[in-house]
Design a protein around this ligand. Structure first.
Ligand code: ARG
Length: 440
């Protein structure tokens, strides 16, 4: 019997007899490798491993898939989802100028709903009753994956062994040794927890948890440290059609290639480093170090072009929707209808985001230095200090200022006449009612 989509998500791990065949989201790292054996033992279940290519730089996916087979997966599937990721997830984020908090362009948060959707599809195709993932109980990723699985197929069980098994890293390594699981790079703890794809890379944990210290140089494995970047600035031209980046320096290319190329030039110039204090959905505050060269370039260009072609009202309004969009994405609510409602607005606002922006990259900075668009709401003769354009009558300005400031001036006068406004915690006696200062 199938459960309704709004059935509560199961509170704990499913019973062992409900788990026969498990679709495991497999990265090839220690956690998911230990998991591949542990689930077989603990649940006496078959494992289908799924590995998703979202453009993780430097990953050897054939090795990952080979390892899954070697560890006993009955099937090991590799999906190249870069095109879909760029088109269906990163592009809407570009149109929404999506930034969470003070600078996180959401690459992980964008990837998780796609990974979870592919897990559901492959689980159905291969006859799995359960999806397993390697997220911990402290992070956002568990929420994103489970929210998506529950929205798309409420009948699938989900197991998250890292939340269940309470093994320390040393115990995991011991388990790996016993079970013939190769441990990459020896036994020393990796310095940081990394997640990456074509839109960026994050490092968490280790020395990054010391808020009082700057990140060590070894954090930066993607972007050149700005002090080592070239002495000469470089200009990049990004061309957009309806909000979609279509060309770099005049050369048209597909989105995946364009994002790759933007990342490459950004990396060289030390662009896109973000040291971020972040509010996780699960309540924790955390520090992340992000390296987001492609996002730093593309979002800066997009925002600049959009500002030029949209009215003041559109520009002011869109920002509040952008924050909402970013929060929904961050919080794993990709399938909330509000996201598609907001996307409809973003699409509409991006209809005229066509044109070109030139950016200057120099030792970690990205600065728009030139732009053009046939939709620009800009008229040099109107804007110029040099000419008094016939269409802009400066004589009208005093009247405009008078009316525009009417309420501000009046409020100041009225409040000066009647003394300061009483605050709720400090009722001044002349503002108290008959009830002796107790609020009704
Ligand atoms: N703080 C970011 C987020 O919540 C990055 C998380 C990285 N995930 C990971 N499994 N290392 O989206």
């Amino acid at each position: 019997m199938s459960s309704p989509a709004d059935a509560p998500t199961p509170a704990a791990a499913p019973d062992a007899d409900a788990v026969g065949r498990v679709l495991l989201l497999y990265s090839g790292g220690l956690d998911t490798s230990v998991m591949l054996r542990w689930i077989q033992e603990r649940y006496e279940a078959e494992i289908v491993a799924l590995t998703v290519n979202l453009g993780q730089p430097g990953e050897d996916f054939d090795v990952v898939v080979g390892k899954a087979r070697q560890l006993g997966a009955v099937d090991a599937i590799l999906l190249d989802a870069r095109e879909e990721f760029a088109r269906e997830y990163v592009l809407p984020a570009i149109k929404a100028n999506a930034i969470y908090g003070n600078g996180y362009p959401l690459f992980t948060a964008l990837g998780r709903p796609l990974i979870a959707k592919l897990a559901v599809e492959q689980a159905r195709r291969t006859g799995c009753d359960t999806v397993a993932h390697g997220c911990t109980g402290k992070g956002n990723d568990q929420v994103r994956i489970e929210a998506t699985v529950a929205a798309l197929d409420p009948d699938l069980n989900v197991i998250a062994p890292v939340r269940q098994w309470s093994m320390s890293r040393d115990e995991e390594i011991a388990y790996a040794r016993e079970h013939g699981i190769p441990v990459k790079g020896g036994t020393e703890a990796p310095p940081y927890s990394i997640d990456d794809n074509l839109w960026g890379r994050s490092s968490e944990g280790g020395e990054i948890e010391d808020l009082g210290a700057a990140p060590h140089d070894d954090v930066f494995q993607l972007v050149t440290r700005p002090e080592e970047a070239p002495e000469e600035p470089e200009l990049v031209r990004v061309e957009f059609e309806r909000g979609r980046p279509v060309a770099l320096d005049g050369e048209r290319m597909g989105l995946v290639d364009l994002l790759d190329r933007a990342a490459e030039v950004g990396r060289r110039h030390g662009v896109g480093i973000v040291d971020h204090i972040e509010d996780r959905i699960v309540g924790l505050k955390i520090r992340d170090v992000y390296e987001v060269p492609a996002a730093a370039i593309i979002l800066t260009a997009h925002r600049d072009l959009e500002a030029l072609v949209s009215t003041i009202h559109q520009n002011n309004f869109k920002r509040t929707l952008e924050d909402k969009w970013a929060y929904l994405c961050y919080a794993g609510l990709w399938h909330d209808p509000l996201r598609s409602d907001l996307d409809a607005y973003m699409e509409s606002a991006n209809e005229v985001v066509t044109g070109e922006v030139t950016l200057k990259l120099y030792k970690g900075s990205v600065t728009p230095v030139a732009r053009e668009s046939r939709y620009a709401l800009y008229d040099r003769s109107l804007a110029s200090f040099g000419e008094s354009g016939a269409q802009f009558s400066q004589d009208a300005s005093p009247g405009f200022i008078e009316l525009f400031t009417l309420q501000t001036r009046m409020a100041r006068r009225v409040r000066a006449q009647h003394g300061p406004v009483a605050g709720p915690d400090d009722p001044s006696p002349e503002h108290l009612g008959e009830n002796d200062g107790k609020r009704p």
